[in-house]
Every structure is written in C-alpha cells, then in structure tokens.
Design a protein around this ligand. Structure first.
Ligand SMILES: C[S@@+](CC[C@H](N)C(=O)[O-])C[C@H]1O[C@@H](n2cnc3c(N)ncnc32)[C@H](O)[C@@H]1O
Length: 381
C-alpha cells in the first residue's frame, strides 16, 4: 500500500521503545501509521491504542494496519483526551509525533497549503473554528498575538495590518489569496523561511489549539496512574520543544518547595521518573512542507516510573540486609538525616528501619543514587 506520509525518526522511535515486550502502546498521532506499523511488526506482544483527530488518517490507517487484527483499537479523538480513555490499561509506551502530516499539507481541499482554494486548516473537520474565521473575524490585536507568539514573526504588526486592510475590501477566502497577501518570498531579514510559512504555521496552531493540546496531554500523563512507561515526543518547532523540555525537567524534580523555603516541606518525593534522551536532532528529509529547509525534528523521551525506581532501591537495600518501609508515608526527619550523614558508613545500627525517598545518599560506602535513605531505630519507626 502506498504511504502518503513517510514517518520521521523511525529508528530512534523503535530504539527508544526497545524494551516493549507486552502491554499497550499509545500512538497519539497515528497519521498514516508509519510509526505504529513498525512498532506492531517489531513488538509482537504489544497492542496498540491508535489515536488521531483526523478521520481521513484513521480510515487510511484502519486499512494499513488490518493485518494486525484485534491488536489495534482506533480512537478518533484529540490526544488531550486519549489518556482518560485508556489509563486503566497496562500502557508501556506513548508516542506523539506532533504537527501536521504530509497528506494534510498536500491535499488542497484541506486548506493547509499555499495553493489551496479554501482556507480551512482544521485537523478535525468537525471542529468549530477554521482558518477562514481566524483570518476574517479575529480583531487585529488577536492576529498580532498569534503571529508574534506562534509564528515568532518580527513583522507581526505589519502582517496583521495587511490582512485587515485586504479583508475590508473583500473576504480572504483561500489559502492562495492569503499567501499572496502575506508574501511567500523569503525576503524578511534574509531568512530562508518565508513570512507566509510562519504566518500559516501560526494560524494552524491557533485553529487546532496545538500548544494547549500538548500541555493537556502532558498533564494527563502526569496525573494518570500510568507507571513503568516510556513517553516519546517528536516536535518540530521551538514552542513545542520548550513545553516538552520544561515539563520533563519539572517531572524529575523531587523537591517542589518554593525557592524561598529554608527547609524542605513537600516530602521530597515528587519525581515521577527520568529523562531518557537529551533532545536528539535528526534531519527530516521527507516531511513538513511548512518547515524550513533542512528542518530538524527533535525527539525527547521520558520514563515514567516511580515504582520502578523504588523497586530498584529496595533491591539494593536488601543486599545490605536492611529493612524497607513504605517510602511515601513518612515525613523527612532532618535530625535522623544529619545523624546518618555524620556517622561512619559502616555503623548503621542493627535493626534499623530504612525509608527510601527519591534522591542519592551514601550508605555503607555504597552510593544509592536517586533514593533518599533515612535510618531510624526500629522502636521509633
Ligand atoms: C506528523 S503526523 C503523524 C505521522 C505518523 N507518526 C505516521 O507515522 O504516519 C501528525 C498527525 O497527528 C495528528 N494530530 C495532530 N495533533 C493532534 C491532536 N491534538 N490530537 C490527535 N491527533 C493529532 C494529525 O492529524 C496528523 O495526522
């Protein structure tokens, strides 16, 4: 079967999920199933939750993935809602390859490309807001906001004004007309990328509420019971990169006390896992007509798994013949901590009770990375 979209970072994606041996994989952006096909082929015991807000993508992929039978469940919905649908399942991998697909860009009736006779840009064609509404009905200051914030266009005021002047004469009813008004030549500041490219990207982000979709997806994953799971996000512009990077970083933080607090009061056990990759940059040769020449895609990955970390540390503690108790129940005691840190490492008292938190301390000459260990006498614990 012909594939209208060649997936990017395919090797990176299959490698990052190389430990998948069972459970469910959630593809938040199924598209034309390039990634999902490889995952299902490579990991034979894995089942797929296949999500896309574009019904054309779902229908195409139903056909493409038919050989995998009931290993695949399709959801025509936004990825901001998909975790609610499936969080009770044993989910071991989540992928979001965010943005627009080649087919959406190339199919003129979708109104994404410069040559289109319509102005639509909705990924889900049942959504209320389309590009025509944004371009013809948004007040000037709102157009400025989206060109500045989502297109990162220095000329945001000038472009908004041009649009407002033109639409006063006659409605702007096609992507073709809009691109001519904005200008498709890369003349601004000698940049390779044209102002129309960036303005179209900005309008598309607004129409599809793309940044909020991403934020909600990340929040829903954090809030969910999903554990022992790898999450990978492929993003194509700096706004998304920033959201993903900052979120992953915040998820690794164990202490979430405000900086002005002298002594930790939060329990210091808030890390929900670890970052697996720094952003890797790989050339994207196939995809994203909107993207500038030599545009790269970034893959960021995170392993969500508190239990995983605790199990590892409980194992280490067992090696020392030390007892562990519920790591989340007790408040950190600075006096015991002080005592532990000051005593020679081979004098942890007999019968000690150990509590494991998320950090890294030395006990009996071994470094327990990531766990915070508190020793108390059996009697007081
Ligand atoms: C870059 S393509 C994905 C391509 C896919 N990985 C493949 O291999 O064919 C992005 C897809 O994500 C979908 N999409 C974008 N934002 C979405 C969202 N918030 N919820 C659900 N699907 C979304 C688009 O409709 C599009 O089909």
């Amino acid at each position: 079967m012909d594939t209208p979209h060649i997936p990017v970072l395919i090797n990176e994606v299959t490698n990052i999920f190389s430990n998948l041996d069972s459970g469910y994989f959630v593809d938040c952006t199924l598209g034309y199933a390039g990634h999902s096909y490889e995952i299902l082929k490579k990991y034979k015991n894995v089942k797929l939750i296949a999500c896309d807000r574009d019904i054309e993508a779902i229908n195409f992929s139903k056909n493409r993935l038919s050989e995998f039978g009931d290993r695949v469940n399709f959801f025509h919905t936004s990825f901001s809602k998909i975790i609610d649908e499936c969080e009770s399942l044993p989910i071991r991998g989540i992928l979001a390859d965010i943005g627009v697909s080649s087919l959406q860009l190339d199919k003129l009736s979708r109104g994404f490309g410069f040559d289109s006779e319509v102005l639509d840009m909705r990924m889900n064609q049942s959504d209320g807001l389309n590009a025509y509404d944004v371009v013809n009905r948004y007040p000037k200051n709102e157009l400025e906001r989206i060109f500045r914030d989502y297109g990162e266009l220095r000329e945001y005021k000038k472009i908004a004004k041009k649009i407002c002047d033109e639409r006063e004469k006659t409605p702007i009813d096609s992507a073709k007309k809009l691109s001519e008004i904005i200008g498709t030549k890369s003349h601004f500041g000698g940049r390779k990328i044209s102002p129309a490219t960036l303005a179209f990207q900005a309008i598309r982000i607004e129409v599809n509420d793309e940044l909020n979709e991403l934020k909600t997806l990340l929040e829903s994953i954090k809030a969910s019971k999903i554990d022992n799971c790898i999450l990978a996000i492929i993003s194509f512009h700096s706004l998304e990169d920033r959201i993903v990077k900052q979120t992953f970083k915040s998820w690794t933080k164990s202490c979430i006390c405000p900086p002005e607090v002298f002594k930790c009061e939060c329990g210091d056990n808030h890390s929900i896992g670890k970052i697996l990759t720094k952003l890797s940059e790989v050339k994207d040769n196939f995809d994203r007509a909107f993207a500038e020449e030599n545009k790269t895609g970034d893959l960021a990955a995170f392993e969500k798994g508190i239990k995983l970390i605790q199990e590892q540390f409980n194992k280490v503690l067992e090696e020392f013949g030390l007892e562990t108790i519920d790591p989340t129940g007790e408040v950190f005691d600075p006096n015991l901590h002080e005592a532990l840190m000051n005593q020679p490492s081979d004098t942890v008292p007999e019968g000690s009770v150990i509590q494991v938190f998320q950090k890294g301390y030395r006990i009996k000459n071994k470094l327990l990375k990531v766990a915070k260990v508190i020793v108390s006498s059996g009697a007081s614990a």
